[in-house]
Design a protein around this ligand. Structure first.
Ligand code: GMT
Length: 375
C-alpha cells in the first residue's frame, strides 16, 4: 500500500509511534510518505520506501496565527495526487484529522477517494480536544474519519465519555521494537554515570505539568536518603526550571543528571535500574514501555492506560496520583534486594513482549485493508 502518515515530528509519544509505525510498515513492503512540518526526530534514514514531504507555512504579517491546517491539507492533496497515496493515517486529532478531512473532500471533487484513519493519542482527547474551543471540530473530524483507533482501552472510554462519537473505535496499543532495546549483549557504559554501588533512577518526559516531575524529585529524594543513587532526568519542558530549583533546595542537585532532549533513550535506559512515571494522566505511557523493553521496572501512577501497560507487582507498581510515600516505599522494595531487583527487571522485559511491534503493526495493516475495501 501507499500510505501517507501525518504526525507531529517532535519527541512526543504520538510522533514517535507514528514514525516507528511508518518505518516498520516500510520494512513490510509498504511505501510510506511522512507529511509534516519537520523531519520526524526518529526518522534518520530515508529510503526508496520512506519519503518525507515538508509542509511549509509562509509567514504573512496579516496573520496573527499562521494557517497550518490549510497548508497541511493543500500539501496532502498535492502529495496524494503526485505519489498515488491510497490512504492517509493521521496521528493526533488536532488539527490532523481536520486537515485530513478537508484534503479528502478536495480530492473527492476531482474524483479521487482517499480514506482517513485517525489515531487518537491522549492529550488530543483528555487535555486539549475536550476544551470547548476545540470540541465541535474534534468531534466532527473523529466522526468523519473512515476508521478511528485509540492507543488504549482507557483512551477509548475517555473518548466515548467526552465526545458524541458515532464511529466504532478500535483499540490498537502502542508497540515497541524489542530488538532495539535488547541489551543482553551490550556494554551499557554504566560506569560513566554512577558508581558501582549507586542505583540509577530514570524519568523521561516532556517535563510538562501533567507529568508531575516534582513528584519524581520527591521520590528520588526519599530513595537517596536510604541508599546511594543517581537520577537521570531526560527531556525538556516548562517544568524544568522549577524542578532544578527543587533539586537545589533539597541539596541533591549533584545527584541529578539533566540530559535534555535525547535521541539515545535506549542507551540511557540500558544502565537504569528503575523508571518513575507519576503522571496525572497518561493514555498509554510509551516511555514506561520503552523502559520495560530495556528491562527496567516501572513505578507509575494507576491513571488512564497505565494499568494496561505496567502490571502491578510484576513489572513494577502502580499508585494513586500524588501518593509519593507509597511510590517511595515500592521503589525501595524493588531496589533494596539484588535478587528481587533482578526478578523485576526480567519481568519488565517479559511484560514488554506483549507489545512487540510484530504483533501490533499487523493490526494497523488489517484496519487499512478493511478501510480500503469499504471505499
Ligand atoms: O505525553 C505527552 O504529553 C505527549 C503525548 C503526545 O501526544 O505525543 O503523549 C501521548 O501519546 C503517547 C503515544 O501514544 C502516549 O504514550 C502518552 O501516554 C500520551 N500522553 C498523555 O496521555 C498525557
Amino acid at each position: 500500500m501507499k500510505i501517507g502518515i501525518v504526525c507531529y515530528p517532535t519527541f512526543g509519544g504520538s510522533g514517535v509511534v507514528a514514525t516507528e509505525l511508518g518505518l516498520e510498515l516500510s520494512k513490510r513492503g509498504h511505501e510510506i510518505h511522512f507529511i509534516t512540518y519537520n523531519q520526524p526526530v526518529r526518522l534518520e534514514l530515508l529510503s526508496n520506501n520512506v519519503h518525507y514531504h515538508e509542509v511549509n507555512v509562509p509567514e504573512y504579517p496579516l496573520f496573527h496565527y499562521q494557517p497550518y491546517e490549510l497548508a497541511l491539507s493543500s500539501k496532502l492533496v498535492d502529495m496524494v495526487k503526485l505519489h498515488g497515496i491510497e490512504l492517509l493515517h493521521v496521528h493526533y486529532a488536532i488539527p490532523h484529522a481536520y486537515a485530513g478531512y478537508m484534503a479528502k473532500k478536495m480530492l473527492q471533487e476531482e474524483g479521487i477517494y482517499v480514506p482517513i484513519v485517525t489515531t487518537l493519542h491522549g492529550t488530543d482527547i483528555t487535555l486539549v480536544g475536550s476544551h470547548p474551543f476545540y470540541k465541535p471540530a474534534v468531534t466532527f473530524s473523529i466522526n468523519k474519519s473512515d476508521a478511528v483507533t485509540t492507543v488504549s482501552q482507557s483512551l477509548k472510554d475517555d473518548t466515548l465519555r467526552l465526545f458524541d462519537i458515532k464511529k466504532d473505535i478500535h483499540v490498537v496499543p502502542n508497540f515497541i521494537d524489542l530488538d532495539k532495546y535488547n541489551h543482553m549483549f551490550t556494554d551499557c557504559q554504566r560506569g560513566m554515570m554512577a558508581m558501582d554501588n549507586e542505583k540509577i533512577i530514570t524519568h523521561i518526559s516532556n517535563l510538562r505539568k501533567v507529568k508531575r516531575v516534582q513528584d519524581v524529585i520527591t521520590i528520588f529524594y526519599n530513595i537517596q536518603k536510604q541508599m546511594p543513587a543517581k537520577l537521570m532526568l531526560v527531556g525538556e519542558g516548562p517544568e524544568k526550571e522549577k524542578v532544578e530549583r527543587q533539586c537545589k533546595q533539597l541539596g541533591i542537585f549533584d545527584k541529578v543528571i539533566f540530559f535534555g532532549k535525547s535521541n539515545e533513550i535506549d542507551k540511557i535506559l540500558c544502565f537504569s535500574d528503575l523508571f518513575i512515571l507519576p503522571s496525572e494522566t497518561e493514555s498509554f505511557g510509551l516511555a514506561a514501555l520503552e523502559a520495560m523493553a530495556s528491562s527496567v521496572p516501572v513505578i507509575s501512577t494507576n491513571t488512564g492506560g497505565l494499568p494496561e501497560v505496567n502490571e502491578q507487582g510484576f513489572s513494577g507498581f502502580l499508585s494513586n496520583v500524588g501518593d509519593v510515600d507509597e511510590m517511595t516505599k515500592n521503589a525501595l522494595y524493588i531496589l533494596s534486594d539484588a535478587t528481587r531487583l533482578k526478578t523485576f527487571k526480567n519481568n519488565a522485559r517479559k511484560q514488554a513482549l506483549i507489545f512487540d511491534l510484530h504483533k501490533i503493526v499487523p493490526k494497523y495493516e488489517s484496519i487499512y485493508e478493511d478501510t480500503l475495501k469499504k471505499c
